[in-house]
Design a protein around this ligand. Structure first.
Ligand code: NAG
Length: 164
């Protein structure tokens, strides 16, 4: 997992748990949970904002013990700011351990800087889908709460697509 190099990442304390909001996704959404990162090289496709919401909703549905989809608000033009939280606290720690580190990965602060946005999505999907089979991922999510905010600036991203 050397994706951090590309990700505009910042460490932030997250105040409390994310307010659980109903995830916005539909079964018929044209988004597929990403399974093979190499496929992006052959068929580059940056998920748009709705697809990000659909992907996070799907991850929350597929990994209900690990993943929680929520929104941190809306952009100036009203686009939802999709976020995902991943963590797997031990069963005897339902109330939350105040000393457990919380990390937030944020990308796409400038609308046309899109690579970090896609990498944050891959990282979220990778960690969620590898938990069962990968000891290192298990240890990470057992001890750390990670929040993903792939796009701070969905309005800028939409503009960047229109004016290449
Ligand atoms: C992670 O936590 C689960 C549940 O508490 C436990 O069964 C598992 O062994 C832990 N994995 C690691 C690698 O510590």
């Amino acid at each position: 997992m050397r994706v951090g190099v590309f990700v505009i990442a910042c460490l932030a304390l997250v105040a409390g748990s994310p307010a659980p909001a109903p995830a916005e996704y539909s079964e018929s959404a044209a988004v597929q949970v990403i399974e093979e990162t190499e496929s992006f090289l052959a068929h580059p496709h940056y998920l748009d904002n709705d697809e990000i919401g659909a992907l996070f909703g799907q991850l929350a549905k597929d990994y209900p013990q690990l993943a929680q989809a929520y929104k941190v608000g809306r952009s100036l033009q009203g686009r939802p700011l999709h976020a995902l939280a991943l963590n797997a606290p031990p069963a005897n720690d339902k109330s939350g351990d105040l000393l457990r580190p919380m990390v937030k990965l944020v990308a796409n602060i400038r609308g046309d800087e899109t690579l970090g946005r896609q990498i944050v999505l891959y990282m979220a999907e990778y960690l969620a889908s590898s938990y069962e089979t990968d000891d290192q991922v298990q240890r990470l999510l057992n001890t750390t709460e990670i929040h993903f905010l792939p796009s701070c600036n969905p309005d800028g991203f939409a503009l960047a697509q229109i004016n290449p």
